[in-house]
Design a protein around this ligand. Sequence first.
Ligand code: SAM
Length: 237
Amino acid sequence: MNYLESKQLELMPLPAEPAVAEILNQPEPEYQPLASVWDGLDSELLEKMLDFYPRTRPQLILDATVNTGRFWKGSSRPVVGMDIEAKHCPNLVANNLRMSFRDNSFDVIVFDPPHIPNQGQDQSKDFNTRFGLVLKSSAQNGYNFSYLYPPFVQEAYRVLKPEGILFCKIADYVHGHRFQWAHVDFIRAAAEVGFCPCDCIVKIRKSPIVSPRWKTAHHARRHHCYWLIFRKSDKCE
Ligand SMILES: C[S@@+](CC[C@H](N)C(=O)[O-])C[C@H]1O[C@@H](n2cnc3c(N)ncnc32)[C@H](O)[C@@H]1O
């Protein structure tokens, strides 16, 4: 399978091309119901979702925000990991808003964007450096990251195969004295480019990210985020 297009991609240390015949020869997973609330590791949930939503076993998966690849520890899935930051040593250092892949390249795309812009220091967690929480958003962009969703979903739609699946992990939050409905903004953006919004799994978080600047806040502390599931199709099932 030739999924590398540009010179840049050819130069990157991508994983060995997935043995397509080997993947195709594996039996399709048996149907297992999936609960709408998940209290566990993302990597374990992803494994279940990859067996549950794609119509056939995915031959090629793009993690468009791979960071250091925590989602894929111990996984033998055929994943290309992209990140804009070279320091995380992804397979591919690139911007997911302008991808160099051909149309219809991937069966599944996983997207776990930075969630909270302009975050205050939280010494109790290493989230800022680990997860890109130090990214900024201006007043013009409403102090949120929603302006990044339309260009991303347009690219995701283009590089996914027909019937391909987009998984997005996303968290709502309070910022700029307002509740920021990130998951609603993402669903709107994805539907706008043609994705069918198909499902939503609530993922329990052990503890919320709390800025020390706002010890007294009259919003419920976020003890959950979402995994949203989209299909490049006009129907879910
Ligand atoms: C929340 S982290 C992902 C964490 C990862 N899923 C994990 O569990 O290890 C978001 C990542 O997106 C990357 N990122 C931010 N903007 C990006 C862009 N435009 N293109 C590619 N990667 C981007 C950041 O560098 C960061 O590593």
